[in-house]
Design a protein around this ligand. Structure first.
Ligand code: GRG
Length: 292
């Protein structure tokens, strides 16, 4: 099987498990519809695929990591729903569809995001309880919690909001994105490593995912500048229109591409020593060259 076929297989596996997990009984009204509307829309599933692929590459079992991996996708999707709200970015297109609040209303979209965040933790905790897993799974859940909290993604969003009317330098921008985008990517990779049992590879996995996270965000900024909204499935050019600092606004488009290449190369080199199958390396290149 080639890379694209394996990627599709993994996306399908994540999608099926998400559907299975979302068979929640006793959810009143249309909250479950609102949760599924965004969660089961066609995202790339990068974070769960990263968790699964690292775990697999280090000799772990997919069935042991799949629920944790899907929990990461729930947290990521919650962040997208909340980020799109009128009080945040006020976007009306996400994953190729009208945003959650456009369809379900603002109050329901807030609750759908909250519900996905809570459910992610319910899924991880019931996995720990069900399988009688030990300390390492608790550690994995702790890393996930920290990555989405004030030290991680929420903290990054706070920096973003507070810097709305001022420009950032490169160091400040990188710090914001290390938290806002990088933290969930790093946590996905680390949880895969922890669940594989090969914790002696944590440092290397951390370094791989931090390089990948920066490259991922630079590419996100490049696509926001010169991508195609109909392929991306979300609106573009808003950061520029609102005068927000991005890698492109600070470095220019060519230097941004050079920087994305540099961090991807770093990640690629580490991927080779983490994953003999080559999938992780190819995933790194796919994320660099993506159009959505
Ligand atoms: C509002 C709690 C809260 C957090 C906001 C992460 C974040 C902070 C907002 C998400 C929106 C955003 C612009 C993030 C930066 C890059 C990024 C994470 C893009 C979307 O991720 P992809 O490309 O999306 O993996 P898909 O749809 O493929 O899953």
């Amino acid at each position: 099987m080639n890379f694209q076929e394996i990627l599709k297989l993994k996306q399908d596996m994540v999608n099926s498990h998400l559907e299975e997990l979302l068979k929640i009984e006793d959810a009143p009204g249309d909250i479950l519809d609102a949760m599924k509307y965004s969660l089961l829309a066609c995202g790339k599933r990068i974070r769960p695929i990263l968790a699964i692929s690292i775990c697999e590459a280090l000799g772990g079992r997919i069935e042991d990591v799949l629920s944790f991996a899907c929990a990461m996708e729930m947290i990521h999707t919650y962040s997208l729903i909340h980020d799109d709200l009128p009080a945040m970015d006020n976007d009306n297109l996400r994953r190729g569809k009208p945003t959650n609040h456009v369809v379900f209303g603002e109050a329901k979209a807030i609750l759908a995001g909250d519900a996905l965040l809570n459910y992610a933790f319910e899924v991880m905790l019931s996995e720990i309880a069900k399988k009688g897993y030990g300390e390492k799974y608790v550690k994995a859940a702790e890393i996930v919690a920290a990555s989405s909290g004030v030290k991680g993604m929420i903290g990054g969003q706070v920096i973003d909001i507070e810097s709305e009317n001022s420009s950032m330098d490169l160091k400040e921008l990188q710090d914001m994105h290390r938290r806002k985008t990088g933290a969930l990517i790093e946590a996905s990779a680390l949880l895969g490593c922890i669940i594989s049992g090969k914790t002696e590879r944590m440092d290397l996995v951390g370094e791989y995912s931090r390089n990948l996270g920066i490259a991922f965000q630079i590419v996100d900024d490049i696509l926001d500048y010169e991508g195609d909204s109909s392929i991306l499935g979300k609106s573009i050019g808003k950061d520029e229109a609102e005068g927000k600092s991005t890698f492109v606004s600070i470095l220019g488009i060519e230097k941004s591409k050079e920087m994305a290449n540099k961090y991807s190369e770093n990640a690629y080199d580490i991927a080779k020593s983490l994953d003999a199958s080559g999938f992780l390396g190819e995933l790194t290149l796919y994320l660099l060259n993506r159009k959505n």
